[in-house]
Design a protein around this ligand. Structure first.
Ligand code: PGA
Ligand code: ZN
Length: 424
């Protein structure tokens, strides 16, 4: 039976923030269907693939009719007849058809939804779970999860400046145990917030709304939550996504809660002070995306002890990863398919990172859907780590729960990456 693409269908659906997004169904000649859904960021890097939005009054300008029309009028006629098993061939057609460096003509949302749909269809046509289709016969690892406990920054009305305060259950022995440990920390944090009269709902990715007086108070509360849940001896460690591009540029940082501005070196000193005081093992985007000097300085000071992740700084781009490795500007990369715009380019960024000795973290966006592809990418590509947001709301839980099913499917050969996934 042929795995050639027979038809595409594009529709507007709604993401986890209630905003329009692009869904694409790809049908193969053998009757298989694959469905891709574009996620969406809020604190986006300026070099990411462009999400094509309609602008205007409807839905705050977020409608995606132009992107949908691009799938129907241009993308479908171009890839119909292509073999879905040839992901790179399909993606190359998409890249050439768009013709821009940032996917701005057809829209990164139109392209990634299509590219994901093709991959889902290919795996389904082979009657394989997606992770297994990707891994072939190679052994795989279940990823160390980074799970948000408090959400801040652009995902919580800038209530605090740090965007994500996350935990990593490095001491777990299985995925099942890892998620159970995080469930305990999440609940403990909610109870502590409640006791302190500070529990005010959840942020965009399901983490507790950060009703704190300072950024450091959030770090104290997270450390206490880990202790209250009963974890010591480095079993559960902290990971921070500073997302510093949201409050810094040109080497100057203006975190709203701190009430003052910091020069690059002063801001790095604040971060190093936190590293000295709290059990932090990973820091993402410590300085702004335009601050290579700051990334290098931070990595020089802290990179031997903590994972330093480039997200906005690297935007899932293989060439940027290689440059950052040459500069020693970080030691890890966040891998977000919609930052690249196609699955093949996402894979290239991941492979470039592995070749440089960087650790790799497959990641969701703050605007998500029921699609669980990233769980499969993290396992099938042996990324070692997965970041999905918090431990609440089904667009997040669907992805964590999928890892439990994959772990069960692997049976005795299931290996949890744990602490070994980190570069330090
Ligand atoms: P975003 O946030 O999806 O809003 O960009 C996630 C992140 O910064 O890691
Ligand atoms: Zn980030």
């Amino acid at each position: 039976m042929s795995t050639r693409i027979q038809s595409l269908q594009a529709r507007r659906i709604w993401d986890s923030r209630g905003r329009p997004t692009v869904e694409v169904d790809v049908y193969l000649e053998d009757g298989t269907m694959g469905r891709g859904i574009a996620p969406a960021g809020a604190s986006t890097g300026s070099n990411e693939a462009i999400e094509l939005r309609d602008g205007g009054a409807a839905f705050g300008g977020y409608d995606v009719q132009k992107a949908l029309a691009n799938v129907r009028r241009e993308i479908a006629p171009t890839i119909i007849g292509s073999d879905a098993l040839d992901q790179r061939g399909v993606d190359q057609k998409l890249i050439a058809l768009d013709g821009t460096p940032n996917k701005g003509r057809l829209g990164g949302n139109a392209l990634i939804a299509t590219s994901m749909a093709v991959l889902h269809a290919a795996a389904a046509s082979q009657r394989l779970p997606l992770w297994r289709y990707l891994a072939g016969d190679q052994p795989v690892l279940l990823p160390l999860p980074e799970i948000q406990i408090f959400g801040g920054g652009a995902h919580a009305g800038r209530r605090i400046d740090i965007q994500d305060l996350l935990v990593m259950p490095v001491g777990a022995h299985s995925m099942d145990e890892a998620l159970a440990m995080v469930a305990n920390v999440y609940r403990a944090a909610g109870d502590l917030m409640s006791d302190a009269g500070r529990r005010a709902g959840v942020a965009d990715e399901g983490g507790w709304w950060p009703d704190f007086a300072s950024n450091e108070e959030a770090l104290q509360m997270l450390t206490r939550s880990i202790e209250k849940a009963g974890y010591g001896n480095g079993e559960v460690m902290i990971s921070l996504d500073i997302a510093a591009s949201e409050f810094g540029s040109d080497g100057v940082y203006r975190p709203g809660l701190e009430g003052r501005s910091y020069q690059r070196d002063e801001w790095i000193a604040v971060l190093l002070d936190w590293l000295a005081k709290y059990p932090i093992l990973s820091v993402e985007d410590p300085v702004a995306e335009d601050d290579t000097e700051g990334m290098i300085a931070f990595t020089q000071a802290a990179g031997a002890k903590v994972q330093v992740i480039g997200d906005d700084y690297l935007v899932t781009n293989a060439a940027r990863v290689r440059e950052a490795s040459a500069n020693k500007a970080c030691n890890a990369v966040l891998i977000k398919p919609n930052q690249a715009g196609t699955i093949s380019e996402t894979f290239d960024a991941l492979q470039a990172a592995k070749a440089c000795g960087f650790s790799t973290i497959v990641s969701a966006r703050s605007g998500e859907s029921e699609d669980v592809m990233i769980s499969h990418l993290s396992v099938g590509w042996n990324a070692g780590q997965l970041k999905v947001g918090s431990f609440a709301r089904s667009e997040r839980m669907a992805k964590w729960n999928e890892l439990l099913r994959i772990e069960e499917g692997l049976g005795a050969s299931a290996i949890y990456a744990g602490r070994g996934a980190l570069p330090v």
